[in-house]
Design a protein around this ligand. Structure first.
Ligand code: PGA
Length: 252
């Protein structure tokens, strides 16, 4: 059985003070949840403070990005070692906002995943098609391209330390959630690519999150699908009330 994982991607939101207020609420209200992995991904500036605040709780910490080089003249960038040093266990890689706004290619995503794994971080690889690509019936081509490109050169053992998040770009921040059937279809496709390339055992252990307008009232029907193992949540992770309700909805 794959343990569900609900992750809050806070994006470029929350000062340190605001971040601390939110995680304090989460750690109190969610302290008894044992059957769901709970993860928050604040901005870099809040990582260390949040790490201290959640110490000893069931809330895990992730970053939203990293740069693949170990150190040097890369102004404004943060290395995998630095992310690890800030007490992160996870890191989001290849989010569609990174791909579209910051022009991240599959090659960058691949390098970042390798750097994350080398530093002992667990990458959450984001893949997903845009609306025009879906309308052109290119969804599966885009997903295959993102998955193959990102996982190029990795071993089956590496795959045991990776999570994949399927995030259709047209569903992110739009209030337009994929139907459970639409999401399931793509999740099963991703699992099949991983099975074909890394073996059945690895693919069956792989956790695949859905992301894109996940809310407390739609998470449960998504999670009922056999290949949906959690959610990557943007907007609804910014308020204690909605993130708590969302996690509780996934707990048995
Ligand atoms: P959303 O964002 O929940 O606000 O749609 C999801 C994401 O970008 O990870």
């Amino acid at each position: 059985m794959r343990k569900p994982i609900i992750a809050g991607n806070w994006k470029m939101n929350k000062t340190i003070t605001e971040a601390l207020e939110l995680v304090r609420n989460l750690s109190i209200e969610l302290k008894d949840i044992k059957d769901v992995d709970i993860l928050v991904c604040p901005a870099f500036t809040a990582l260390c403070s949040v790490a201290q605040a959640i110490e000893g709780s069931n809330i895990k910490l992730g970053a939203q990005n990293l740069f693949w080089e170990e150190k040097g003249a890369f102004t404004g960038e943060v290395s995998a070692l630095m992310v690890k040093d800030a007490h992160c266990e996870y890191v989001i890689i290849g989010h569609s906002e990174r791909r579209s706004i910051f022009k991240e290619t599959n090659d960058y995503v691949n390098k970042k995943i390798k750097a994350a794994l080398k530093a002992g971080l667990l990458p959450i690889l984001c893949v997903g098609e845009r609306l025009d690509e879906r309308e052109d019936n290119k969804t599966f081509d885009v997903i295959a391209d993102h998955v193959h490109g990102a996982l190029e050169g990795l071993s089956a053992d590496d795959l045991k330390n990776i999570i994949i998040a399927y995030e259709p770009v047209w569903a992110i921040g739009t209030g337009k959630v994929a139907t459970p059937d639409q999401a399931q279809e793509v999740h099963a496709f991703i699992r099949k690519i991983v099975a074909d390339n890394f073996g059945k055992e690895v693919s069956e252990g792989l956790r695949i999150q859905y992301g894109g307008s996940v809310k407390p009232d739609n998470v449960k029907i998504l999670m009922e699908k056999p290949d949906i193992d959690g959610a990557l949540v943007g907007g609804a992770s910014l308020k204690a009330e909605s993130f708590i309700a969302l996690v509780q909805a996934c707990s048995k």
